[in-house]
Write a protein that binds this ligand. Structure first.
Ligand code: PLP
Length: 389
């Protein structure tokens, strides 16, 4: 259909599909290559993760592998742990389990938007926003972040809001910039969205995409927009902290402060059933209370971040030290990030150029690679830097 053709051609999805089809398989197959592209696991899954799945695959009743919506025990475990991160009294029924963050985002958009509504988000974005928004029949409206600090540009967001705006999509901690938006910035966003909602006589929702909300460094405080703006739908994925993104589980959470949230519950479940792919598999749902207990090793990731930020700066790269997520987003020494991505690949280091994030002149590094891989990458980053001069 024309719709699918348009989807596949939309930026930056088209360049990503091209990368998957051509450069990536060829580059990844080279012996000794260091792959710092995607947030995929590089180390074997921890024994406790495997054990949690194994234990959950043994049926305890005849319904164990039956059709599932959101299992009460999984909801309760998720709500309890969400309350630790986001200071709101979430109840189990506020948590709607999904097949990862992708589905939580799609569900949130489909829940509150009518066809043709506009969804505002900041650039650089995570590369799937455009297609998730378009697939839902909606219109992406992009605004830049502040180039120096990677903060939300609240003036640009205010200017982008029209009577068709239904959602402002916020991603904190941010992929790819690593910025964690401070509370006062989120408060100012809430104020401007309240004003816009009154002006337009239609509520503007925030969809808060926060799969990295536990991955913050140096004691940085994470704050969800849900804390200051009740009309927030919170999307979460377990793929990041569990380093198992192929195991599809996450949720859409509705803050207890959202007016009329009980009335939304049957609508969300109906939409999940209608979508057809929204509920996580039974085994993952049974495992969730155990998976919730597996800690993410923030200290290890902070060491990886420190190694790479210091190492790259010593070479001469210009980069921010991310406050959260497991990504670095340095400036490319060659303004043509595509050429520099290829040059690094010639040195057997794979990164994602800024083109995948609609931000020319930068590139992204994933810290999910092992410490040894990251250490081994630094001399290669130095060699490539030297060749650009
Ligand atoms: N949101 C952001 C910002 C992400 O980086 C990702 C994954 O990379 C997701 C959502 C989706 O997470 P999942 O693949 O677990 O659904």
């Amino acid at each position: 259909s024309r719709r699918v053709r348009d989807l596949a051609r939309s930026t930056p999805f088209d360049v990503l599909l091209g990368f998957f089809a051509h450069e990536y398989p060829e580059r990844r197959a080279r012996p000794g290559v260091l792959d710092l592209t995607f947030g995929n696991p590089h180390d074997p899954a921890p024994a406790e993760y495997v054990e949690a799945l194994r234990a959950s695959a043994v049926p305890r009743d005849e319904h164990w592998f039956g059709y599932k919506v959101s299992e009460p025990a999984a909801r309760a475990a998720a709500a309890e742990s969400l309350r630790d991160v986001v200071d709101l009294p979430f109840e189990p029924d506020d948590v709607h389990l999904t097949t990862g963050g992708f589905t939580a985002l799609a569900l949130a958009l489909k829940l509150v938007c009518d066809p043709g509504d506009e969804v505002v988000y900041s650039v650089p974005p995570w590369f799937a926003y455009e297609v998730i928004v378009r697939e839902a029949g909606l219109v992406p409206v992009k605004v830049p972040v502040s180039p120096e600090t990677f903060d939300l540009d609240l003036g640009a967001i205010a200017d982008a809001i029209t009577p068709r705006t239904r959602v402002v999509l916020v991603n904190t901690p941010n992929n790819p910039t690593g910025r964690v938006y401070p509370l006062d910035e989120l408060r100012r966003l809430a104020t401007l969205l309240d004003e816009a909602s009154v002006r337009n006589r239609r509520r503007v929702f925030v969809v808060s995409d926060e799969p990295y909300h536990r991955i913050v460094y140096d004691g940085t405080e994470f704050h969800s927009p849900a804390e200051v703006y009740p009309w927030t739908l919170l999307a979460y994925s377990y793929g990041k902290t569990l380093l198992a993104p192929g195991q599809r589980i996450g949720y859409l959470a509705v803050p207890p402060t959202l007016p009329g949230r009980e009335g939304l519950r049957p609508a969300i479940e109906a939409l999940q059933i209608a979508i057809g792919y929204a509920f996580p598999n039974a085994v993952l749902q049974h495992a969730l209370p155990l998976l919730e207990r597996i800690p993410f090793d923030v200290a290890l990731y902070q060491r990886k971040r420190d190694l790479m930020v210091a190492g790259l700066r010593d070479i001469g790269y210009d980069l921010h030290s991310p406050e959260g997520t497991f990504y670095l987003f340095p400036r490319s020494p060659d303004p043509d990030d595509r050429a520099f991505e290829a040059l690094l690949a010639d040195h057997d280091v794979l990164v994602l150029g800024g083109k995948y994030f609609e931000t020319p002149g930068r590139f992204r590094i994933s810290l999910t690679a092992s410490m040894e891989t990251l250490e081994a990458s630094l001399p290669r980053f130095a060699a490539a830097f030297g060749e650009v001069g």
